[in-house]
Design a protein around this ligand. Structure first.
Ligand code: NDP
Length: 251
């Protein structure tokens, strides 16, 4: 018997990297109902087939969702099929780094896309799902995947760091406002993790970023997935408020 048995768990950015690894760790741990959200729904369909065949009792709903589109977030969460409608856990993981550059050379279109994904999308998801938590009596878990970049700046990272600092402060504020409920709000701050993230990054001067990451032996998605599973399986009065996970070579 696992604390995750029967829970409905929604993960954004579940088609790759940390989100996909977290889905796998949850499936290993309990008979959960997983809502896996991302833009590449074909990848999610493959993950559904893999998880449902490997882990008895796990059910998966692939969900095509662009979190940066707040209208889409609202309508998608409002029309979840009945079996998956009572979400217990929201893992806000979708995110990217676009247009890393010196401020004077920022591409404002890429900047807006990054802010809309990392910040506005995460806020819209939280708003939509926390309403479900309140409707069901005021309990549930929210896990926000932020970054050490919320707390430490890096060259060409002014806006990315801003987005993650916003996620961290939003997380603290929501934890404060829900203090009298059974809603737990967690912030996970990874250092470098080997995912698709580095291939999605666009930047003005790649050499700056490469130099920054030189010599790190990155974490893997599973490391963060295990940490998230640890957070959401604690007893009710324990909240993993903030956790930093770094490769030892990055410390
Ligand atoms: P990946 O690029 O491997 O995965 C990112 C995921 O986010 C994909 O599943 C992608 O799916 C999804 N995604 C991106 N944009 C959207 C969108 N608009 N709507 C819905 N889903 C979206 O990166 P990681 O797994 O590394 O990143 C996950 C989180 O971890 C991010 O928030 C990132 O900032 C954070 N992080 C990563 C670190 C690292 O070193 N990798 C370090 C610190 C934090 P799809 O393209 O199918 O939509």
């Amino acid at each position: 018997m696992s604390r995750l048995d029967g829970k409905t768990i929604l993960i954004t950015g579940a088609s790759a990297g940390i989100g996909k690894a977290t889905a796998i760790e949850i499936a290993k741990t309990g008979k959960a109902k997983l809502i896996l959200a991302a833009r590449r729904v074909a990848v999610l369909e493959e993950l559904k087939a893999e998880l449902e065949s490997k882990y008895e009792g796990v059910k998966v709903l692939p969900l095509k969702l662009d979190v940066s589109n707040v209208g889409e977030v609202e309508s998608t969460i409002a029309s979840l099929p009945e079996e998956f409608a009572n979400v217990d856990v929201l893992i806000n993981n979708a995110g990217l780094a676009l247009g890393l550059n010196s401020v004077r050379d920022l591409d404002l279109q890429e900047t807006m896309t990054m802010i809309n994904t990392n910040v506005v999308g995460l806020i819209a998801m939280t708003r939509a799902v926390i309403r479900i938590f309140y409707k069901n009596g005021g309990h549930g878990d929210i896990v926000n995947v932020s970054s050490i970049a919320a707390h430490e700046a890096f060259p060409a990272g002014s806006v990315y760091c801003c987005t993650k600092a916003a996620v961290s402060m939003f997380t603290s504020a929501v934890r404060q406002e829900t203090i009298d409920t059974r809603i737990r709000v967690m912030e996970i701050d990874p250092g470098m993790v080997d995912t698709e993230f580095a291939t999605v990054i666009t930047h003005g001067d790649k050499a700056i970023i490469d130099k920054f990451y030189e010599g790190f032996d990155p974490l893997i998605g599973q490391d963060i997935g295990e940490l998230i599973v640890f957070g959401i399986t604690r007893r009710e009065t324990f909240v993993l408020a903030q956790a930093t996970a770094l490769p030892s070579s990055q410390s």
